[in-house]
Write a protein that binds this ligand. Structure first.
Ligand SMILES: Cc1ncc(COP(=O)(O)O)c(C=O)c1O
Length: 391
């Protein structure tokens, strides 16, 4: 199999699996129980929290473990929105967010919140100035995706963070600034101080960790009402007995990902350029979407004007090659992706668009094989089409 859909999910690493197995067997006691084995479980969670805090350059008390990117986004938006509902009801986000943010905002809209969905440029990006000009006296929260999950385009989070901080001065707690860093995590800077964010979402299965585990950075003092109440775990912010094994596995995954960040970045970028250069030569009418430079090194979003993405994906699937036609969450839908709509892509072209996303396991050999097969498939689809028209 040649797996080129690492934005949908990544393969769990062997080192991570070993930690998970070990913790499942040895740290089965509830971390909140009052005896020695429970202290080992607590230690495993605390050590993992420290690894994330060191990676994000924040305090351990600012790390909340969740069930994934979707829960982190929901918590980051609804938590402060519910807490501040008497002080303001305006939220700013962008039209190219992941559904975990967009549908959360839609849901708050139904509850009476006023949501501004900023339009983006042709690359799916917002500018600092657009974000700042949308701020009103009752704006409580701003949520902007760090790197887009379909196009790979990278938003100017640091610039936006600095501008919000300047605007707030020392007197105001809000607007609070959230970024969804789920796709950015394996490649971009995750230092929350440098980025100037109050909240940041991560998901372990995007950096070769397990699925069903996420992290939310929440700056101490952020107004917040918990979504999940119960035994008061995670400093009353997210109740439920901790998933010790997956928490430990995700900490190992982020540690390894950080250690290899530069190497993986360079390797993915090299493979990405190989694909793009080949396609520009062999398929001159291909359109490459997303920002040409401010883009994730692993993401390629392509439109083949006369080939349906479904036909291409199925033909590649028969050859054991996995690519996708957008985010995994929407790829079952016949509707063109909301991200492609937001960048103004014609609905017909949107249905001819595919996403290739690389990861740390991909090799140059795999890319050579993929490109050979892709050329043959494209030729076959085009020949069949000509034959059909002739008949
Ligand atoms: C940008 C972004 N945010 C959030 C999510 C949701 O994360 P999870 O699958 O962990 O719920 C995804 C998943 O594809 C994503 O790409």
């Amino acid at each position: 199999m040649i797996y080129l859909d690492n934005a949908a999910s990544t393969q769990i690493r062997q080192e991570v699996l070993e930690i998970i197995n070990n913790e499942l067997i040895n740290s089965f006691a509830n971390p909140s129980s009052p005896y020695s084995p429970a202290r080992n479980s607590r230690l495993a969670v605390d050590q993992s929290r420290k690894i994330f805090a060191d990676t994000l350059n924040c305090k351990e008390s600012e790390i909340i473990f969740t069930s994934g990117g979707t829960e982190s986004d929901n918590t980051a938006i609804k938590g402060p929105a519910h807490a501040l509902k008497n002080l303001g009801n305006h939220i700013i986000t962008t039209s190219t967010e992941h559904h975990a943010v967009l549908h959360t905002c839609n849901n708050l809209e139904k509850q009476g919140y006023d949501i501004t969905y900023l339009t983006t440029d042709e690359f799916g990006m917002v500018s600092k100035d657009d974000v700042i000009s949308a701020i009103k006296p009752n704006t409580i929260l701003i949520s902007v995706i760090y790197a887009n999950n379909e196009l790979g385009s990278i938003n100017p989070i640091k610039e936006i963070g600095e501008a919000i901080k300047k605007l707030k001065g020392n007197n105001s707690q809000f607007p609070i600034f959230h970024t969804d860093a789920v796709q950015a995590a394996p490649f971009l800077d995750l230092d929350v101080n440098k980025l100037g964010v109050d909240l940041m979402s991560l998901s372990a299965h995007k950096f070769n960790g397990p699925k069903g585990i996420g992290v939310l950075f929440m700056k101490n003092g952020t107004p917040f009402e918990p979504l999940i109440t119960g035994g008061g775990q995670e400093r009353q912010k997210r109740s439920g007995t901790e998933n010790i094994a997956f928490i430990s596995g995700s900490a190992e995954a982020i540690k390894l990902s950080e250690n290899e960040k530069t190497v993986n970045y360079d390797k993915c970028l090299f493979l990405k350029n190989k694909i793009i250069n080949h396609l520009k030569e062999q398929q001159p009418n291909v359109l490459i979407n997303g920002h040409p430079k401010l883009n994730l090194p692993n993401m390629i979003n392509l439109t083949f004007p006369d080939i349906r993405s479904d036909d291409l994906i199925s033909a590649l699937d028969l050859e054991d090659i996995c690519i996708s036609n957008g985010s995994a969450c929407t790829s079952n839908s016949l509707e063109p992706s909301h991200v492609l709509k937001a960048i103004g892509m014609d609905a017909d072209l949107a249905l001819n668009t595919v996403r290739i996303s690389l990861g740390r396991n991909n090799t140059e050999d795999e890319i050579t094989q993929f490109l050979n097969i892709l050329d043959k498939i494209i030729k076959r689809i085009k020949d069949n089409k000509k034959e059909f028209i002739r008949k």
